[in-house]
Each structure stands twice: as structure tokens, then as C-alpha cells.
Design a binder for this molecule. Structure first.
Ligand SMILES: NC(=O)c1ccc[n+]([C@@H]2O[C@H](COP(=O)([O-])OP(=O)(O)OC[C@H]3O[C@@H](n4cnc5c(N)ncnc54)[C@H](OP(=O)(O)O)[C@@H]3O)[C@@H](O)[C@H]2O)c1
Length: 336
């Protein structure tokens, strides 16, 4: 079968296409014929670190969906032909997070990912694709969708009447926006582009701020909300946005700490949290249980993920380049 491997020969990380043996499912495992895999910002970080131990030769991408193609002994819950997606952490099935789940993240340092024609995974690490979604759409859910769900809904308890602030119009941000719209929460979107803001408005964004034209977007958030601020903030930027997120949070609000779009580094003075009686919720994606619950919500509200562009398997490198350009709106998918 064909797959891609991360490779760091010559310095910079890059992708090489390889021919490898088709994997066989053992007891408790299922083989999936992958139909689509999607990219996340994390995959750029992983590619750039391809020289680090464990990453060289690894199959990238955490997110994929396809059709069950073979079943190992002792698997009762799936049948050949079922449409499934894999959960980001192979071993986090339900209950609270444990750091021991980290090595099981697909497409990370120690576990192969989804950019391959066939993948074998434990049966309990899979979820059914919601009937209203294509496998291309379902391939966008495992990282970005589940992260927004776990942070905003499971932990953040966002509901009707709340005000959500999302940063940019990438994968996690647009899932947050769609969840807010479905719940009847107000959504504030900040973006580098007026054209993207117009598209975010069509998805339910009601306060739209161009952060290039308005670098002090926190002041604009406060003005637009009559000084109240946002009850929920998807903190996706990291050091470059955190201070303004703190200055945008409503009393009793929640900052869902997720991203590193402006890099890694120290966070600003958090004193404002205590003045506003606000919380920070730290999130690393979510469990199979979170994924299933989110899928029910997607079906109930007929939500379709926003797919910016699909690429053929041969063009996977171009899909990465498109993600790096930052010109996308929503998710980028490689179709097999
Ligand atoms: N903790 C976790 O478990 C977890 C899970 C998923 C993702 N993440 C992190 O969350 C972040 C978003 O991931 P993603 O996959 O959704 O990314 P993505 O799809 O690549 O989104 C990138 C978009 O973010 C916006 N952006 C970039 N810099 C910005 C800034 N300074 N201020 C506001 N917006 C900015 C831009 O949108 P515009 O062009 O509209 O401005 C850009 O197109 C990444 O840092 C990722 O590593 C963490």
C-alpha cells in the first residue's frame, strides 16, 4: 500500500511517499481503508520537528476517516463496510485525561497517523461517521472538532445566551463558531481578512473584527459587548493574543487555552482572572466519548464541517503548503 513518511534527510522536515506492506488486524483490531485525512496546525509543527527522535519515518496526520475493510478476532462492534473515524488519542476512551495517553496520539512521536491507504487501530478507538456526513467531512473532526467540543461544551458548558470569541477562521475556530450558532450563543470572530469575516458572518458570527486593521481588538470586543466581554474565549494564538484575551473575558468567563499560533512562550500576568472571577480551561483534544457525544450534536443540528479545499493523495505536500500559507477558511483535506 502507499503511505507517506516524515523524513528529515537534508535538514528540513519533508514528506516522502513510500510503498509498505498492508497491515493486518490482530485480536481487538480493525483495518480501515482510509478515504480522507485532514490537516491541523499541529501537523506543521510535527513536520518541522521531523528530525526529532521518533518522528523520522512516522506516518503523519492524526485525522482520518474511511471504511472498515477487515476485522481481527474478538471485534463485535464493527462490520466490514462500516464508515468510521479514528479518535486523536488511541488510548483515551472515556473518563478524565491521563498523561499516559499522550504517546497514543496518532501522527505524533510514537504512533503512526492516517496519511496511508490502510490503517489498523483498536476497535474501541473508532467512532461511527455521522450518517449526514461524507468521509471527507468526517476526516475533519478528530482534532479540531473534538478540541472545540471538549473545551467549549463539555468543560466550558457554553449555552444559549453566552458570548464566544474565536481567533481566526481555521479549523478549531470555525467548529467553535458553528457550535455557538447551533446553541444560540453570540459569536465574535477576529480575522486577518474582511473576506473571511464575511464568510464567518454567514456561519453565524455577529461581531466581526479585522485584527490587522484593529490591532487593539480587545477594546473593540469590549465596545461591541457594552463592556461585558466574552463569556467564552477560544485562546488559539498563545503569547501574541493571550493578553488581549485576558482583557476580553467577561466576569465569570472562561478562557479555553488551546493554541500556539503565535508560538510557544510565557503567558502574561494572569491577575485579571481573579478580578473577573474567570477561569482558564486547558485542553488537549479529547476522548472517544467526547467524539461520540459531539457527533450526536452534529447530527441533531445537521452541522457540516467547513472544508476549504481537498487535495489528491499525490498532492499531499501542496495541502501542507496551503495550510502554512494561512489563506484557508476551515479545514484542508487529502482525499485517497
Ligand atoms: N490543545 C489542543 O489540543 C489543540 C488542538 C487543536 C489545535 N490546537 C492549536 O490551536 C491552534 C489552531 O489550530 P487549527 O488547526 O485550527 O489552525 P489553523 O486551521 O491552521 O488556523 C490558522 C488560522 O488562525 C488564524 N490566526 C493566525 N494567527 C493569528 C493571530 N495572531 N490572531 C488571531 N488569529 C490568528 C488565521 O486565521 P485568519 O486568516 O482568519 O486570521 C489562520 O488562518 C493551533 O495553535 C493548534 O496548535 C491545539
Amino acid at each position: 500500500m502507499k503511505a507517506y513518511h516524515l523524513n528529515s534527510q537534508g535538514g528540513a522536515g519533508h514528506l516522502v511517499q513510500v510503498d509498505v506492506g498492508k497491515p493486518e488486524p490482530a485480536a481487538g483490531e480493525v483495518r480501515i481503508r482510509i478515504e480522507a485525512a485532514s490537516l491541523n496546525y499541529r501537523d506543521l509543527i510535527t513536520l518541522d520537528r521531523a528530525g526529532q527522535s521518533g518522528l523520522n519515518g512516522r506516518v503523519p496526520l492524526s485525522d482520518g476517516a474511511g471504511v472498515v475493510d477487515a476485522i481481527g478476532p474478538d471485534v463485535a462492534q464493527w462490520q466490514v463496510g462500516d464508515r468510521v473515524a479514528a479518535s486523536f488519542f488511541r488510548d483515551w476512551i472515556s473518563g478524565p485525561f491521563k498523561s499516559s495517553y499522550v504517546p497514543s496520539s496518532l501522527g505524533g512521536n510514537t504512533t503512526d497517523g492516517m496519511l496511508a491507504e490502510y490503517v489498523v487501530l483498536p476497535a474501541n478507538a473508532l467512532v461511527a461517521v455521522p450518517p449526514h456526513l461524507s468521509t471527507v467531512e468526517a476526516a475533519t473532526l478528530p482534532c479540531a472538532g473534538v478540541t472545540a467540543w471538549h473545551g467549549l461544551i463539555t468543560r466550558g458548558k457554553m449555552s444559549k445566551g453566552d458570548t464566544l470569541l474565536v481567533q481566526g477562521t481555521g479549523g478549531v475556530a470555525l467548529f467553535g463558531l458553528q457550535f455557538a450558532a447551533a446553541l444560540g450563543a453570540r459569536a465574535i470572530v477576529i480575522s486577518s481578512s474582511d473576506e473571511k469575516l464575511a464568510r464567518a458572518k454567514a456561519l453565524g458570527g455577529s461581531i466581526l473584527i479585522n485584527y490587522r486593521d484593529t490591532p487593539e481588538w480587545d477594546a473593540a470586543v469590549m465596545k461591541a459587548t457594552d463592556g461585558e466581554g466574552a463569556t467564552h474565549i477560544l485562546e488559539l494564538g498563545g503569547p501574541g493574543t493571550y493578553d488581549r484575551s485576558l482583557r476580553s473575558v467577561a466576569s465569570g468567563g472562561k478562557i479555553v487555552q488551546i493554541g500556539v499560533l503565535t508560538g510557544f512562550g510565557p503567558k502574561p500576568d494572569l491577575a485579571r482572572l481573579q478580578w473577573e472571577n474567570a477561569d482558564i480551561i486547558g485542553v488537549t483534544v479529547g476522548s472517544v466519548e467526547h467524539f461520540r457525544t459531539m457527533n450526536r450534536f452534529l447530527s441533531e443540528h445537521a452541522i457540516h464541517p467547513i472544508v476549504d479545499r481537498t487535495y489528491g493523495f499525490e498532492d499531499a505536500r501542496e495541502a501542507y503548503a496551503h495550510l502554512r500559507s494561512g489563506s484557508h477558511f476551515g479545514k484542508i483535506v487529502v482525499k485517497l
